[in-house]
Design a protein around this ligand. Structure first.
Ligand code: ATP
Length: 197
């Protein structure tokens, strides 16, 4: 079995996440994409308030339900504390008996820019293959050559959407329908998730 882990805050999950995930699955002929919502994302910790995990998980469930190759892995929720990727990767490999060759970890290019600040980043590179999805305006200049050599870039669509943009749009009462799943839109409205405080 070949699979890719896709860790994120998913606050909220948006169409960019799913278009990229499915494109990578097709391109690498993977059996599964496992979405791993961060319980407590280290790089977002202290910067802003993250929506409670129960809501982020519920929205992810809505989106992954209809793709047989998508699944949610709640490993970081069960572990609690700060969600370090290296621990997640090792735990998944242990649980599933997987080796490095069959396990990918997907990140967007903004995460690659800050990758060297991730906890034990060198060890992450040894434990799995990192696949990078370029976001609009990304350029390789400014990223260390040794890191570029150790990750995989695929020719994927560049999708101009972020959770930050969607949260802002909700706060401002602007159109968000085409950025997110309709049922997620309804969920956000019903639970008043991104209203201006
Ligand atoms: P925020 O705007 O709150 O930082 P985000 O849109 O980057 O959120 P996350 O849940 O933080 O979403 O992202 C999880 C992973 O998905 C990260 O590695 C991020 O770089 C990547 N990602 C998110 N949106 C895109 C996109 N449109 N194209 C490529 N990668 C993306």
């Amino acid at each position: 079995m070949k699979m890719c882990l896709f860790g994120g805050t998913f606050d909220p999950p948006h169409n960019g996440h799913f278009i990229i995930a499915e494109a990578i699955r097709e391109s690498l002929d993977l059996n599964k994409i496992a979405f791993i919502p961060a319980y407590n994302p280290p790089h977002k910790y202290g910067q802003k308030e993250v929506t409670p995990i129960a809501h982020r998980l519920a929205m992810l469930e809505i989106c992954t339900r209809y793709n047989e190759h998508f699944e949610i892995n709640d490993i970081e929720i069960r572990r609690g504390g700060i969600s370090y990727t290296i621990e997640t990767i090792r735990e998944v490999k242990n649980n599933l008996g997987m080796g490095c060759d069959d396990l990918y970890f997907l990140i967007g290019s903004d995460s690659l820019v800050e990758f060297k600040s991730w906890y034990k980043w060198q060890e992450i590179l040894k434990e799995c293959k990192i696949v990078v999805a370029r976001r609009p305006r990304f350029e390789k200049e400014g990223i260390d050559a040794d890191l570029l050599e150790q990750v995989l870039f695929l020719n994927l669509p560049r999708i101009e959407v972020s959770s930050t943009e969607i949260r802002k749009r909700f706060e401002m009462g602007q159109m968000t329908r085409f950025y997110i799943n309709d049922a997620v839109f309804d969920y956000i409205q019903q639970h008043k998730l991104y209203e201006r405080k």
